[in-house]
Write a protein that binds this ligand. Structure first.
Ligand code: F6P
Length: 562
């Protein structure tokens, strides 16, 4: 039985934070002027990541109280329980062992979690070996479609955690992809997604990976059926299919699956030998580094995928072993609690200065919001504080010309994480203009402007007419964290993802919530099953709907064209 959550508001650290927050008037200009050691004192290293917290809205007292809060909450014990494989996902009665997905094969016995007597690390590596062997076959052309042609396009069919991780990482690691082998991703049940993704593809050279933890998700199974139909129709049109055994063989050659429910895979026509498993102790949003990453393993190859896992593991070790005051995920999680519960922040921006990370904010939205968007604690009692912030973001510099206005001069407090790399993903050609340097100048300029702003006197000194001065003042004191690494490598990507997993964990533990269930998505799924027949004209189902839904259905029925 897991221990009851400590109510954070009952701790003495919370009371101290509340009194520090009262009348808190951060002044980053003064703090930097008066304290030459601030940057050094508030910069940490975790793996390859240098994390500069100096532009955060914290002073030493706040930081000390946050660390005390972690202590009083019992964060270290809960973290240990997670790494050990205790069933900390209380409402689903499951262990939470995504960190085991990246444990090295030769992890010593005292660090190998076992579940019901089973060696989890051995299981993980058995599946990894199969994924790697399969990836190698596809990459080398040894795995062919039913006509004997090699695979040119891999289409991952999945949604949520079975899509966002693979697509984010595939984009992020574009520089590491094998040439002539493309991945595409279908997630939305909007049929436009499948139609536009499949457009222009040759069925004979297309391989589908049906990725679904449960193998019961409506979107994924519907899209998988659409894709199967597209494959068979396309092959038939080319004259490559003539009979039913041929159709079955085509599905076997062109469809593989990733799931925890391997028993359901065969019903779809997929050969269980071509299915890669994972386990109920891996949450969907924590599954990129399981077999769910098969499309990525094909794109970047087993060696690079192993580097990604090593990066995850390096951050896990940092989170598990670094002292609290140096522990980056812990500090960043605690800072988020400070912003959310004491300074009234409602959202949190993630702003990668890397175009290749353009899906990173979307990935983090599921990770953070499906994990911590909850109003009850793991013992069923209501939370006693505000919980999960709204995560959002876009890569710089695009965001600068869209929403940064609000970050700089709006009335809301929006803590922001900036992520940047010293080197461009693709090396500069000889004599090429160093646009990456210009790009980095923007990252530095933005974090500086947000922190230090521009005073009325400085505006006036530029000769600005007095009536315009207020509109051109920047108050500053807008908190940012700068995360910088040498390069966006597979390992660094793994470190980044694990960093945010553990930030999310830290916040969840402080708030006392189960960050690993997601009951909040269930009601909509159930209601969709009820509304479906009403849309199709079933009078009884229609009568069960509320007045607004009935009116919208009437509109649909009036306007649909078939
Ligand atoms: O949205 C709910 C959810 O269960 C996510 O947590 C999960 O990542 C997604 O659906 C997809 O589920 P599955 O992998 O089982 O198809």
């Amino acid at each position: 039985m897991t221990a009851a959550p400590v109510d954070p508001t009952s701790t003495s650290a919370w009371a101290r934070l509340a009194s520090l927050a009262e009348g808190f008037s951060p002044d980053l200009r003064a703090w930097f002027d008066q304290d030459p050691g601030r940057v050094e004192r508030l910069t940490r290293t975790a793996g390859d990541l240098r994390v500069d917290l100096s532009k955060s809205l914290v002073d030493d007292d706040v930081l000390a109280a946050l660390l005390d809060l972690a202590e009083e909450i019992g964060l270290a014990a809960r973290r240990e329980a997670m790494f050990r494989g205790e069933r900390i996902n209380v409402t689903e009665d499951r262990a939470v062992l995504h960190t085991a997905l990246r444990l090295p094969r030769d992890t010593p016995a005292d660090r190998r979690p076992t579940l019901d007597g089973q060696d989890v690390v051995a299981d993980v590596h058995e599946v990894l070996d199969r994924v790697y062997a399969f990836a190698d076959r596809v990459r080398s052309g040894d795995w062919t479609g039913v006509t004997g042609e090699r695979v040119r396009t891999v289409v991952n069919i999945g949604i949520g955690g079975s899509d966002l991780g693979p697509v984010m990482a595939y984009e992020a690691l574009a520089a590491y992809r094998q040439e002539g082998l493309e991945c595409r991703f279908i997630s939305n049940i909007d049929p436009t997604d499948a139609a536009t993704t499949l457009a222009g593809l040759d069925p004979a050279t297309t391989l589908f990976i049906v990725s679904s933890k449960t193998f019961g998700t409506l979107e994924t199974l519907t899209n998988a059926r659409l894709c199967r139909q597209w494959l068979l129709d396309g092959l038939r049109e080319r004259g490559d299919l003539t009979d039913e055994p041929g159709e079955r063989a085509a599905v076997v050659q062109h469809f593989v699956a990733v799931s925890t429910a391997l028993d359901k895979v065969a019903d779809f026509g997929i050969d269980p030998d071509n299915a890669f498993g994972f386990w109920d102790w891996v949450g969907g949003r924590y599954s990129l580094d399981s077999a769910i990453g098969t499309s990525l393993a094909i794109a970047i190859g087993p060696e690079r995928f192993a580097e990604l896992l090593a990066g995850f593991h390096a951050m896990d070790e940092h989170f598990r072993t670094a002292p609290a005051a140096d522990n980056v995920p812990l500090l960043m999680g605690l800072l988020n609690v400070w912003y959310t519960d004491f300074l009234g922040a409602e959202t949190h921006a993630v702003l990668p200065y890397s175009q290749l990370l353009h899906r990173f904010p979307a990935y983090l939205q599921q990770l953070t919001m499906e994990s911590n968007g909850k109003g009850v604690r793991w013992d069923g009692s209501p939370v006693t504080t505000e919980t999960g912030e709204v995560f959002w973001g876009e890569p710089g510099t695009n965001g600068q010309h869209a929403f940064y206005q609000l970050l700089h001069q709006g009335t809301r407090l929006v803590p922001a994480d900036f992520v940047a790399f010293a080197n461009p993903a693709y090396p500069l050609a000889d004599g090429e203009e160093d646009v990456h340097e210009l790009f980095l100048a923007n990252f530095l300029a933005q974090t500086r402007a947000l922190a230090f702003g521009k005073t009325a006197d400085e505006v006036r000194a530029e000769g600005t007419e007095e009536s315009i001065v207020p509109a051109r003042v920047f108050t500053g004191n807008r908190p940012t964290t700068s995360i910088i690494a040498p390069d966006l490598t597979p390992s660094v990507l793994g470190q980044l993802v694990a960093l945010y997993e553990h930030i999310t964990f830290t916040q969840g533990v402080v708030w006392g919530i189960d960050s690993f269930d997601q009951w909040g998505v269930e009601l909509g799924k159930q209601l969709a099953q009820q509304v479906g027949p009403a849309l199709a004209g079933d009078a009884d189902a229609l009568a069960e709907q509320d007045a607004s839904t009935r009116a919208l259905i009437a509109y649909y029925q009036e306007h649909r064209r078939r």
